[in-house]
Design a protein around this ligand. Structure first.
Ligand SMILES: CC(C)(C)c1cccc(C(=O)NCC2(NC(=O)c3cccc4nocc34)CCCCC2)c1
Length: 239
């Protein structure tokens, strides 16, 4: 899979591409992330990538020509990260991860010229309702989420155990030391009793989801064991 990201700030992506899981996946050529510097497609003397808005008002708008030129050099579904977009989620990430190539445009200033959106953008996507300085971090976040779904990028077992893989919030995590400043790790996790540990983790995931994100449980098929555990949780919570 190849993810192109069109941006005026390519340096924002160097850490993303060099570090940790994404860095290793790129080294292993499991996928390709191609950062396209929009500024390279500004052919005027001053390399002007943005200009004042028609109709007046504050801020600048990203010019159409450099974007059209940059889009000529890439393929695949064109996504524009914008507050006006559909909400990004794991389901959309899974769909996009099936594509051979996708291109993400990161807006900046007041956004991109609408003629680019109308004629070239296939999908406008938002990561949430808050004000940002640019669409670069949303583009990076989407690329991260999609890239980890590419086979081989993360170990199969951790992918399978992804609590979100079963649609629940994560259970609490602990590591050494077994006691720190008087705070102990739950005994069951030190017992080496794998079935009990698995049950404890599922119950903790269900409890957290029930308490913090009950919406995730709506419409979610509960297994027999999950139903039993959820009943226990409700009893214990006195609800
Ligand atoms: C009602 C709401 C959401 C608060 C809102 C309403 C109006 C404007 C903004 C805003 O932030 N404008 C700035 C701008 N944001 C984003 O790119 C952006 C923001 C949030 C989630 C995103 N997902 O992808 C891209 C996203 C970056 C500079 C280029 C213009 C867009 C926000």
């Amino acid at each position: 899979m190849k993810i192109n990201i069109l941006t005026l700030f390519p340096e924002m992506f160097s850490g993303f591409k060099s570090e940790s899981i994404i860095g290793k996946a790129l080294e292993k050529n499991l996928l390709e992330i191609n950062i396209v510097n929009i500024r390279e497609f500004c052919y005027d003397k001053h390399k002007q990538a943005d200009d004042m808005p028609f109709g007046g008002g504050a801020g600048m708008v990203m010019k159409p020509e450099p974007l059209f030129r940059a889009l000529e050099t890439v393929k695949g579904k064109v996504i524009y990260t914008t507050p006006q977009g559909v909400r990004f989620n794991q389901k959309l990430a899974i769909e996009l991860a099936q594509e051979e190539e996708i291109t993400i445009i990161a807006g900046h200033y007041e956004g991109i010229d609408e003629r680019v959106v109308e004629s070239k953008v296939d999908l406008e996507v938002s990561i949430g309702d808050f004000v940002l300085t640019g669409g670069e971090l949303p583009a990076m976040m989407m690329a991260d989420c999609i890239a980890r779904l590419v086979p081989g990028v993360i170990k199969k077992e951790s992918y399978e155990n992804d609590s979100f893989f079963n649609g629940l919030l994560d259970y609490p995590h602990y590591t050494r030391p077994a006691e720190y400043e008087g705070m102990k790790v739950p005994e069951v996790l030190l017992s080496g009793h794998h079935k009990n540990i698995e049950t404890w983790r599922l119950k903790e995931s269900l409890k957290r989801t029930y308490l913090r994100r009950r919406d995730l449980l709506v419409g979610r098929e509960l297994s027999k064991e999950e139903k039993k555990l959820l009943a226990e949780i409700k009893r214990e919570l006195g609800k």
